[in-house]
Design a protein around this ligand. Structure first.
Ligand code: ADP
Length: 301
């Protein structure tokens, strides 16, 4: 995808893809690593500022203007974090890191954590901070070894504690809070289908909310799979009505406060999705002062 940045910090960050960024990852990984072995007593302020303070801290702070974007996507289950994070990741050339995907990969691997995770995830509960940070650290470490820089996080942080830990180890430039009318969230989760082979995300739900009592209507077309994926579709085991409702409750209790955490730091961009991808993607790009030339060309073709 071709990207043209028009202005703003988003644009500045997006156009500095070649800057030296490895220390950012090294810092995050080194700082998070002690957490995995002593999670219950880990104090981000103490541990990161004193005992484990890495020498690269100064470098990181100085380089924060000359590196790739470090963005976070927040939003309820079903809102489309994965869809938009993945599109932005392609556009900006930074990795899209979904902690939900990391958890599902771990589940599928039948490793030592697998059965424990299965129970938590299928009940719609949150995995412990210890496990999630361990998975994230390993993912960042693998990315760093491949020369990745910057990230778009999707599904992390999900608790204020996770946000504090992240803040203790690196600068987040921007947090995009995706919002969608509540009526649509459950339907979108129940309609979600995933290609078991390529991992592509599709949706069979057709959301058609009629205008009522002064509220506008909303239409979201289904997102059908391409023919090669059609026979390989699966549903996530946590996308049942009961579990989605539980995930929505947990979002309100545990993750809503994360919005305030970033709002109070002036980092939160609220974005109300006006409909499906065709309406929402150009508006999101506009809100971020970005332009997707390829998307425009294909729309014009
Ligand atoms: P959702 O569609 O609900 O946003 P995700 O795909 O992001 O779901 O995550 C799926 C599951 O993985 C969550 O319900 C939770 O059990 C676990 N999970 C993902 N990210 C985190 C996190 N940051 N902290 C704790 N648990 C997480």
């Amino acid at each position: 995808m071709a990207v043209v940045s028009r202005c703003s910090r988003a644009a500045t960050a997006a156009t500095t893809a070649n800057a030296t960024t490895a220390p950012t990852f090294a810092y995050l990984i080194r700082s998070l690593s002690p957490f995995s072995s002593s999670s219950s007593t880990f104090d981000p302020q103490n541990d990161l500022n004193n005992r484990n303070k890495p020498a690269v801290l100064g470098t990181l702070k100085r380089e924060s203007k000359g590196r790739n974007v470090q963005w976070v996507f927040l939003g309820c289950p079903g809102v489309g974090k994965g869809t938009y994070a993945s599109r932005l990741s392609n556009l900006l050339g930074v990795p899209h890191i979904s902690t939900g995907d990391l958890v599902r990969d771990e589940l599928a691997s039948s490793g030592p954590l697998s059965s424990q995770l299965k129970e938590i995830v299928t009940q719609g509960k949150l995995v412990s901070d210890e496990i999630i940070i361990d998975l994230l650290s390993k993912r960042l470490e693998a990315g760093e070894a491949k020369g990745e820089s910057g990230f778009i996080l999707d599904g992390f942080p999900r608790t204020v504690r996770q946000a504090e830990i992240l803040e203790g180890v690196t600068d987040i430039d921007l947090v995009i809070n995706l919002k969608l009318r509540e009526e649509a969230l459950l339907a979108k989760c129940l309609g979600r289908r995933i290609c078991s082979e390529c991992g592509g995300n599709y949706n069979v739900a057709c959301i058609d909310i009629k205008a009522e009592n002064g509220r506008p209507g909303m239409y979201m077309a289904p997102l059908p799979p391409p023919p090669q994926c059609a026979s390989k579709l699966i549903t996530r085991p946590d996308d049942t009505e009961e579990v989605v409702k539980q995930r929505l409750r947990i979002y309100q209790a545990m993750t809503r406060p994360v919005e305030d955490f970033y709002r109070s730091r002036g980092k939160l961009l609220e974005f109300d999705l006006p409909g499906g991808i065709p309406e929402s993607w150009p508006k999101l790009l506009c809100a971020l002062n970005l332009e997707d030339r390829e998307d425009k060309q294909s729309a014009a073709a």
